[in-house]
Design a protein around this ligand. Sequence first.
Ligand SMILES: *Cc1c(COP(=O)(O)O)cnc(C)c1O
Length: 473
Amino acid sequence: MEWKTIIEPFKIKSVEPLGITTREERLHILGTAHYNLFNIRAEKVLIDLLTDSGTGAMSAAQWGGIMTGDESYAGARSYYNFENEIKGLTGFDEVIPVHQGRAAEKILFTVIGGKNRYIISNSHFDTTRANVEFSGAQAMDFPVKEALDFDKPAPFKGNADIQAMEKFIKEKGAKNIPLCVMTVTNNSLGGQPVSMENLKGVQNLCRKYGIPMFLDCARFAENAYLIKLREKGYAQCPVREIAEEMFELADGAWMSAKKDALVNIGGFLAMNNREWSASARQLLILTEGFSTYGGLAGRDLEAIAIGLREVLDENYLQYRIRSAQYLGEGLLKHGVPIINPPGGHGVYVNAKKFLPHIKPVNFPAQALACALYLEGGIRGVEIGTLMFGRRDAGGHFLPASMELVRLAIPRRVYTQSHIDYVIEVFGCLAAGKTNIKGLEIIEASQVLPHFTAKLKPMGKGAGCSTKKSGFQK
Ligand SMILES: *Cc1c(COP(=O)(O)O)cnc(C)c1O
């Protein structure tokens, strides 16, 4: 019997209370945080969907690994468990531990980046782009066209546009392109998966021009499971084999273990190229630590090794992917537009379409994120004009092409009733959405303004209130 209800495939051994506040308290908190949700203390958040990075719950087995972790400086047993697990999964010989994904990026692009070089990708994640550009190289994105049509469902919106990539390679010359990066799943464009067919196509292209292909594989297991669900020929294939096939196509990979390794901190860089890995290890020792711990504790390495096995459990992945779908379906029922279908790790709400009465220069996605906090104590993150932060000569924000609120779901943390609550709050927001007002900037830094910007509601009232009279005091 196939039951309709897909349950959380775990039971809860340790609990943590939620931060319960009243609407009145939240109105005050928003004011003192200057309508910037990064300034709110996490204990004042009820359901925190800010990110799925490092926010997951570890299993009893992982906590067991924490106790047995070997803290020897060099040659720790935990390092060899970590290395074995990653070698077995990816097939890469050179395994370098790092404290998180961006440390791998900094090291890799210091080795292979530099002026007059281009890195090509389906889409660079923002830390990847920042590290490519910091090295002096340029980060070029080649998403498929359907990725930009939010409403129209397509199974693999994370794919790369291979023709556009080839055109670019011919134009700039393969010798100026040291690397192609496939981000799985494609985080910047809605956590959308990449198909095996597209990975093979990109690999062929890279072979033809002698360009190595790496995976930025933070969510490799979610990507592999979505291949199983959506790509012809993979329905009967164990997810572990799909994941291994993905890695087989690549020449290397790096991972933020804070995602699909089910841990709170960690990462790795892995490859076959001995020359690159030797240079990378030198840099590792300079900033991260010796090559058998790379800025992590032995216990972290142990927990990662266990997490990389657990994440490929198909019962877990079924629940994981279903959670995002369930949230997406609930929002669509209330007429809330999303990037459709939902990605692997959460749902991206299209605020531009949801709040057409707010001009992009008045931060509709940030206004929605604040309204979500005010009404329900739920924290999402703006991906729009504030985050992209482009300014004209006079320092005024230029509208971004998209206004999204990302609701990222932490792994193994919230249950279905938490998600039902989020859907109910969105129902309330949808009913009163015309009362949600835009925001204005009080103060914003040049670099990464979304972390520190101060804003205020336009006109009188709470701005983000869905109540007609606003919330004046
Ligand atoms: C999170 C993430 C990174 C950066 O990893 P950190 O652990 O946050 O430094 C890089 N690429 C992708 C696709 C990510 O999701």
